[in-house]
Design a protein around this ligand. Sequence first.
Ligand SMILES: Cc1ncc(COP(=O)(O)O)c(C=O)c1O
Length: 350
Amino acid sequence: MSQFNEVRRQFGSDNYAGMCPEALAALAKANHGHVRGYGDDPWTAEAVRLIREFFETECEVFFVFNGTAANALALASLCQPYHSILCHEMAHVEMDECGAPEFFSSGAKVRLLPGGNGKIDPGSIERMAAEGRGVHFPKTRAVSITQATELGTVYSPEELKAVGDTCRRLGLRLHMDGARFGNAVASLKVAQSEITWKSGVEVLCLGGSKNGMGLGEAVVFFSRELAQEFEYRRKQAGQLASKMRFLSAPWVGMLQEGAWLRHAEHANAMAAYLEKQLRGVPQVKQLFPRQANAVFAELPMELIQALWDRGWMFYQFVGKTGCRLMCAWDTTENDVDQFVGDIRALVSPG
Ligand SMILES: Cc1ncc(COP(=O)(O)O)c(C=O)c1O
């Protein structure tokens, strides 16, 4: 049974981490008595209320099991099969969702934009939206951005507003993949509303699992008309939890006393510490500005292999040697010290 007792924390992903105490306590609290299924329960009502309060608006909220479903179903509700969705070439919706946005939208095409530091900009959106020859090409309908990005950077409020304004002017719907939205809020130190609906975001996939929940994400429609019949879409996709309280109660634990932001701030602080410790190692070259809870760094291949051999887990993310080192809500300075200590020992043995 020793494999179940692995205690070492890793830098592979924020979803390697367990559940935070606040989410776990809410789950245990919800585990009493009988309540109605499928979301018609007090825990779900309270989670929805807290999310509305959190965004300072009467948004429509739907809980689903994971981020792929949240993104794919949200995007499907923006598009007809003959539409297209613009996103960054490294976007999770393109690289890591096995074509789910295309599948659930019954054929909408995902089109890719380049852009520095994992971000897209108004100019490239405008150029791409103008491509094609009328009915011969899928009509551009939506833009998807990720906040914080897949490369550990964040869109500033000004950048978001510029993207939002462009979408509005071109008649495009704006979706935000917020799997790490908490880390972006912690990094920017702004109100949630500023970098979502006030900047033109119409639907947000709000991440829970990467920030200390066991599972579950929330699809948050700020443009409420887009949520029409979403409950049918969710059910058809197998994403309607019968015992919904166990998906929604952890949100109550995360939001009611600020654990959601605290954990994100902590993960970001650990990434900042990791970045600082790595700066003194000449063999390690940082790749992108560190703005959230991940450090991206170029490591020599022999060093990567030697770290893996010592039991460290992390991903190659950009080519073979561009590595993603991700911190979680429970990463400690001691974890960072051990990891960087091993790097130092390996680059200058003896
Ligand atoms: C940017 C981004 N979006 C969404 C997700 C959610 O994906 P999943 O379907 O694994 O929950 C992830 C997880 O890795 C992610 O990094």
